[in-house]
Design a protein around this ligand. Structure first.
Ligand code: ADP
Ligand code: MG
Length: 702
C-alpha cells in the first residue's frame, strides 16, 4: 500500500528530497537508523511524509518526538498544511495537556515526555510502526531515556524470537552520530549532504570574562541588532536571548530605540524604520508564531528575537544575520543547594557555532557575538552537558521503576549520569513514599506516575483528594503547570499598576500566600462573566489561565479514574480549610522548606542550609520580617537564589516530615538501586536509621 503525497516545489528543493528513495529503503532495511544532516535540510518535516507515502504506517503510526513542545506543535501544523490535511486528522500532535490527534492520525508529532508516557502504558508500542526520535543532539533527558529504553526493548523483542516490526530512526544535527550508532549496535548512519554558505563571525567585546553584571546584556544585544539594521544590507536578523521576559524586554527596547533613533538623528532613512520585530519563545500563542515563518513585506527587514528554540528545532528562512547573546536558560541540579535551579548560563562553543550556522543556510551571512574572544575561551565550555547529567532524575527514575527497570544504575544510558544523581532521585522517591526501602514502587508511587506532574505536587494532590478537598488543589496544580499567569510589563508606571492589581488579588485571597493567590486567580476568573476582560483588567495572561482550565479538567479526569478504581483511600480532617490546604502542600513540598535566618534571608532545611530570598514577584515579598517557616515551589538563580511561589507554614506541619529528609544516607541506597536487597541489609539499615532519626530530631531546637 502506498499513498500519494504531493510535494511542493519548495519541498522538492530541500536537500533531503534527492535521497527520498534511499532513505525509505534504509528505514525498511534496519531496525535502528541514525539520520543526520544540517538543520533546515528537511529531516523533521519531510522524512515522516516519505515514510507515510511508502506505506510504512500500514501496521501502525509514525511517531516523531521533539524535546520542545512548541516544536511539536509548529511542525505538525506545517506538515498537515504541506499535505493539505486538517491538523488533528492524518497529521496530529500531542504535548502535555494538549492532544490534537484522532483515530486517523498516521503521523504524530509529540514531545519526548509524551512518548515516554505511552511506553509506560504499552512497553512495545504496539500502535507504532516507526518511532522517530528527533533532535537527539539536544540530549534532552527524556530523549536520552527513550533511546536507552528502545535499545533495551528491541533486544528483548528479538530474544523472544518475535519478528521485530518496530523501526527506530534517531535524527540528529551533525554532532555525535558515531556515538549514537555505536550505542545502537553500530547501526547505519544516513548522512544528508547539505550545502552551507560561509558565515563571518565577529566578537564585539561587549561582554568579557569578568562581567558578572549579566543583566546588562539585553541592552547590548538590542544595540547590536539596531546597528545591524542601520548598517548592513538586506537580510533578516535572528537574535538569541534566553527567555520570555527578556525577549519581551528586548522587543520593547527595540520599538522604543527605533523611535528614539528616528527622532534624535532625524533620520528619514527607511533603513531605521522598516524593522518588523517578532518575538519567539516557548509559551507563545501559535497563531503569533505563524508570522515568524512568513517572509516580511517588501522592503521590510524581519528581526526575530528568540530563545534557543531557533537554534535547531525551528528553521526560519531568510536569516542572514545572527546576534548572539551567548547565554541560555538552563535547568541545573545544584549539588551545593541540593535542588534544581533555573539559571542563565553561558552557552557552549558548539552551541555558539550552531547558532552562527543559522545565518548561512541560503547565502553568506554574518554572526555578531556580543562577547569577547577571551570570554569564549575562558567562560564557554566546548560542549553542552547532556541534561541527564545535570538535572533531577526523580520523575524519570520513577517511570523506569514502573516499567520494571529496577536496576536503574546499570540501565543502558547513552551517557551515564553520575551515580550521585541517581541516588538523589531514589532518595527523593523514598522521601515521597513512592518507593519503599527495597526500592520497589509503592501503591502511592504507582498513582504518582499517572499524573504528568512533579511527584511532590502529585503527592499533595492525592492527599487533598483523600481528604475530599481536591477542589482547591486541582486548580493550583493546574496553574503551576502552565506558563506564568502574571503579566509584568516593562514600563515602570504600568509595572506599578500591575503590581497593585496583583497585590489586590493576593489580599482578597485572605492570606498572603502565592499558592492561594493562584487559586484565587483561577476561581475569580472562572466565576467572571467575561474571563478575558477580567484578566485584562487584572494584568493576568488570559491564555495561560484558559489553558489552566483545560489542565485542571484533565487532572480531574485522571483523579476520577483512579478514584473509581478505588485507588484513593479517604481520610477525615477537622481543621480549617486553609490549614488543610497548607498541610497538603507541606506533604508535597517538605523537601523545599526554609526558615528565616538573618534579615530577609531564609535558610533551607534539607541539610544543605542554602541561603535563599523571596522573589520580588511573590505576594510575600516585603513581609519577610513577619515570616518564620516557608515552603516554596521553585528556585531561580540570578544575582541571588530566589524562591518563587511561596507559602508560610507552621513548623508543626513539617516536623514529622523533616526527619525523613535525613533518614537515608544516599550511599546506602545504592543497594536499593540494584536488584536484590537482603533482609539483613534492611535490618542493618533500620537500626542505623533510629540513630539518625534521633539526630534529626534535634531540629526541633532550631
Ligand atoms: P530539519 O529538521 O532538517 O532541520 P525542517 O524539516 O525543520 O529541517 O525544515 C525544512 C524546511 O521547512 C526549512 O526550510 C524550514 O524553514 C521550513 N519550515 C519548517 N517549518 C515551517 C513552518 N512552520 N512554516 C514555514 N516553513 C517551515
Ligand atoms: Mg529538525
Amino acid at each position: 500500500m502506498s499513498t500519494h503525497v504531493f510535494y511542493s516545489s519548495e519541498a522538492c528543493k530541500l536537500p533531503i528530497y534527492q535521497f527520498k528513495k534511499e532513505l525509505i529503503q534504509a528505514v525498511k532495511d534496519n531496525t535502528f537508523l541514525v539520520v543526520t544532516g544540517e538543520t533546515g535540510s528537511g529531516k523533521t518535516t519531510q522524512l515522516p511524509q516519505y515514510l507515510y507515502e511508502a506505506g510504512l504506517c500500514k501496521d501502525g503510526k509514525i511517531g516523531v518526538t521533539q524535546p520542545r513542545r512548541v516544536a511539536a506543535i509548529t511542525v505538525a501544523q506545517r506538515v498537515s498544511q504541506e499535505m493539505g490535511m486538517k491538523l488533528g486528522e492524518e497529521v496530529g500532535y500531542q504535548v502535555r495537556f494538549d492532544d490534537c490527534t484522532s483515530k486517523n492520525t498516521m503521523i504524530k508529532y509529540m514531545t519526548d515526555g509524551c512518548m515516554l508516557r505511552e511506553i509506560l502504558a504499552d512497553s512495545v508500542l504496539t500502535h507504532y510502526s516507526v518511532v522517530v526520535l528527533d533532535e537527539a543532539h539536544e540530549r534532552s533527558l527524556n530523549t536520552d531515556i527513550l533511546i536507552g529504553l528502545l535499545k533495551k526493548t528491541m533486544s528483548k523483542k528479538t530474544s523472544h524470537g518475535r519478528t521485530v516490526c518496530l523501526k527506530v530512526v534517531v535524527m540528529s544535527a551533525t554532532l555525535e552520530t558515531e556515538k549514537l550508532s555505536a550505542f545502537l549496535g553500530h547501526c547505519p548512519v544516513f548522512t544528508i549532504p547539505g550545502r552551507t554558505f560561509p558565515v563571518t563571525e565577529k566578537f564585539l567585546n561587549l561582554i568579557g570574562p569578568k562581567d558578572t553584571e549579566r543583566s546588562a546584556y539585553v541592552k547590548e544585544v538590542v544595540k547590536v541588532a539596531l546597528d545591524v539594521h542601520t548598517n548592513e544590507r538586506a537580510g533578516d536578523i535572528l537574535v538569541f536571548l534566553t527567555g520570555q521576559s527578556e525577549i519581551q524586554k528586548a522587543c520593547d527596547l527595540l520599538f522604543q530605540k527605533a523611535e528614539v533613533i528616528d527622532y534624535r538623528y532625524d533620520v528619514n532613512d527607511s533603513s531605521v524604520e522598516g524593522l518588523l520585530i517578532l518575538p519567539l519563545y516557548g509559551a507563545m500563542p501559535t497563531d503569533q508564531q505563524k508570522q515568524i515563518f512568513q517572509p516580511p513585506p517588501e522592503g521590510i527587514r524581519k528581526c526575530v528575537v528568540a530563545t534557543n528554540i531557533a537554534a535547531t528545532s525551528l528553521t526560519i528562512n531568510g536569516i542572514r544575520y545572527i546576534v548572539d547573546s551567548g547565554f541560555v536558560k538552563q535547568l541545573n541540579h545544584s549539588p551545593r543547594a541540593g535542588m534544581d535551579i533555573l539559571e542563565v548560563v553561558p552557552i557552549s562553543k558548539s552551541e555558539a557555532q550552531q547558532r552562527a550556522g543559522r545565518a548561512g543556510r541560503t547565502s553568506a551571512g554574518k554572526c555578531f557575538r556580543i562577547y569577547s574572544k577571551d570570554y569564549w575561551e575562558k567562560c564557554m565550555p566546548d560542549y553542552t552537558v547532556p541534561e541527564i547529567q545535570r538535572t533531577s532524575l526523580t520523575a524519570v527514575i520513577l517511570t523506569l521503576k514502573c516499567l520494571g527497570v529496577h536496576d536503574v544504575i546499570r540501565f543502558p544510558y547513552l551517557d551515564r549520569p553520575e551515580e550521585r544523581l541517581i541516588l538523589t532521585a531514589l532518595k527523593q522517591l523514598y522521601q515521597y513514599d513512592a518507593i519503599d526501602r527495597r526500592g520497589q514502587v509503592t501503591s502511592l508511587g504507582k498513582l504518582m506516575v499517572e499524573f504528568p506532574l512533579h511527584p511532590g505536587l502529585t503527592r499533595a494532590l492525592l492527599k487533598a483528594a483523600a481528604l475530599d478537598c481536591e477542589d482547591i488543589m486541582l486548580p493550583v496544580a493546574a496553574m503551576l503547570s502552565v506558563e506564568n499567569v502574571f503579566i509584568r510589563p516593562g514600563q515602570p508606571e504600568t509595572q506599578k499598576e500591575a503590581d497593585q492589581k496583583h497585590r489586590q488579588i493576593a489580599s482578597e485571597a485572605g492570606s498572603f500566600n502565592d499558592f492561594v493567590m493562584l487559586l484565587n486567580v483561577f476561581e475569580k476568573c472562572k466565576a467572571s462573566d467575561s474571563p478575558s476582560a477580567w484578566c485584562r483588567d487584572h494584568w493576568i495572561h488570559w491564555r495561560a489561565v484558559k489553558s489552566a482550565f483545560s489542565v485542571e479538567s484533565q487532572l480531574r479526569e485522571i483523579l476520577h479514574r483512579l478514584e473509581e478504581q478505588g485507588a484513593v483511600e479517604k481520610e477525615k480532617w477537622d481543621g480549617s480549610r486553609s490549614e488543610l490546604f497548607r498541610r497538603c502542600l507541606c506533604l508535597g513540598y517538605f523537601t523545599n522548606v526554609a526558615r528565616r535566618s538573618i534579615g530577609k534571608s531564609f535558610s533551607t532545611m534539607d541539610g544543605h542550609g542554602s541561603t535563599v530570598h523571596i522573589h520580588p514577584s511573590s505576594a510575600l515579598s516585603g513581609q519577610e520580617s513577619q515570616l518564620d517557616w516557608i515552603i516554596f515551589h521553585d528556585v531561580l538563580a540570578t544575582s541571588r537564589m530566589f524562591v518563587r511561589t511561596v507559602c508560610p507554614i507552621r513548623y508543626e506541619w513539617v516536623k514529622d516530615l523533616l526527619p525523613k529528609l535525613h533518614e537515608v544516607d544516599v550511599y546506602e541506597l545504592s543497594s536499593v538501586a540494584r536488584e536484590e536487597v537482603t533482609d539483613e541489609e534492611v535490618a542493618k539499615w533500620e537500626s542505623k536509621e533510629a540513630l539518625k532519626r534521633q539526630a534529626a530530631e534535634s531540629f526541633e531546637d532550631v
